[in-house]
Ligand binder design. Structure first.
Ligand code: ZN
Length: 158
């Protein structure tokens, strides 16, 4: 029996990462097409997590706005542990490309006047939203420089 999990992130040592960061979780070939999955970590695992209403609003905002900046987005979804998001893109993409895309998207979030799709018609839990808190977490992420975002692990692990 293998000591590796099927799920890539279960094999990641969450005690050694430094958030915020952008990391390639997986590159997959499917019928000759390449798909890249990113781990967009907003908060330090097991130290801090995003409240559900803020996370939910961030999901709506980011999922909507990221598609204004790229045609290669397949999916953007929150992690169940509420410390970040997964981004799945068509093609082999780099963390730099994903981080630039994310920064443009979060800049849009800061300008938002409402949460897109926030109604009982468009959402499965439309009361569970907080635009102001979503902006706060977006701003926190944006304070990290590009170099910091691309640094995933503690320095002494490298
Ligand atoms: Zn929703």
């Amino acid at each position: 029996m293998s000591d590796r999990y099927n799920v890539e992130s279960f094999n990641l040592n969450h005690t050694r990462v430094v958030a915020p960061y952008v990391r390639v979780a997986e590159v997959k070939q499917l019928n000759g097409e390449t798909i890249t999955k990113f781990d967009l970590r907003f908060t330090q695992p097991n130290e801090r997590f995003i409240p559900t209403d803020a996370l939910h609003s961030l999901e709506h905002l980011m999922a909507e706005y990221i598609r204004n900046h790229s045609d290669n987005v397949i999916d953007l979804s929150p992690m169940g542990c509420r410390t970040g998001f997964y981004l799945i893109m068509h093609g082999e993409k780099t963390p730099t490309e994903a981080a630039k895309l994310l920064r443009k998207t979060l800049a849009d979030v800061l300008e938002a006047r409402e949460v897109p799709g926030c109604s009982p018609v468009h959402c499965g839990n439309y009361r569970d939203h907080d635009l102001d808190a979503a902006k706060l977490w977006a701003r926190r992420f944006l304070t990290a420089g590009m170099e910091d975002l691309l640094k995933v692990f503690h320095e002494d692990d490298l």
